[in-house]
Design a protein around this ligand. Structure first.
Ligand code: FMN
Length: 209
């Protein structure tokens, strides 16, 4: 993707922390560098902490109902989910930031995933099984853990996120992580900055997505 094709970045944050959040801080740097690369780009921020609902029985029924047969009430039940899907579908680049909570992702991020995995909209069923409907695009995935090593058998976050993004058609996942922040916060964040530099080098960031 050339820089002038990046018009919209969708930023998803999920940490319950704000002022001291490692993932939000790293996310800020990803946005800063993407902004250098793509002047005038629109950044849509979706902060999931305290702002996302769960799917309900009526949500499931509405989603199972064919779009042409939905009642007005069913359309309203799906309205938030429709909006989240639209934000994702129309983003040229996505940033997802997430701390590890209890060996997995924050519940708020899982709630967002439940909202955007929509048969007919983001995936569909074929003779060969489910198939993603989203065109591929870069997803910067910023993770942090207090102690868990990413890629280890105790990491139920990074593999799951890769899987679910692949499920809807997104495979260009660019992982940046700070692991072991409990033991040495600055060392783990420095390591994350090195990964960030690999994906978005400052000196050439005017030419990459
Ligand atoms: C509720 C909660 C649960 C956590 N569970 C884990 C865990 O299972 N494994 C782990 O390595 N770190 C765990 N941590 C530590 C965070 O992943 C770590 O502090 C991370 O750097 C937080 O990122 P943030 O500053 O962006 O919120 C947990 C933190 C909280 C608040």
């Amino acid at each position: 993707m050339t820089s002038n094709q990046v018009r919209k970045i969708l930023r998803i944050d999920s940490s319950s922390s704000y002022s001291h959040s490692v993932t939000r801080r790293l996310g800020d740097e990803v946005i800063r560098r993407l902004g250098l690369a793509n002047q005038g780009v629109d950044v849509v921020c979706r902060d999931l902490s305290n702002s996302i609902g769960f799917i309900s029985e009526s949500w499931v029924q509405s989603n199972l109902t064919s779009p042409v047969e939905r009642t007005r009430a069913q359309e309203e039940v799906l309205a938030d989910s429709d909006r989240l899907v639209h934000e994702l579908v129309t983003a040229d680049v996505v940033l997802i930031t997430a701390p590890v909570y209890n060996f997995s992702i924050p519940a708020a991020l899982k709630a967002w995933i439940d909202m955007i995995c929509r048969a007919r909209l983001t995936f569909h069923y074929t003779e060969n099984g489910p198939e993603g409907l989203l065109k591929d695009r870069p997803v910067y995935l910023v993770l942090a853990s207090g102690g868990v090593t990413f890629g280890s058998s105790a990491d139920f976050a990074s593999g799951y996120l890769r899987h679910i993004l692949g499920f809807i058609g997104i495979r260009d996942v660019r992982l940046i992580y700070a692991e072991g922040t409990n033991a040495n916060a600055s060392a783990s964040e420095n390591a994350a900055h090195e990964m960030l530099e690999q994906w978005l080098p400052v000196e050439t960031s005017t030419a990459v997505a």
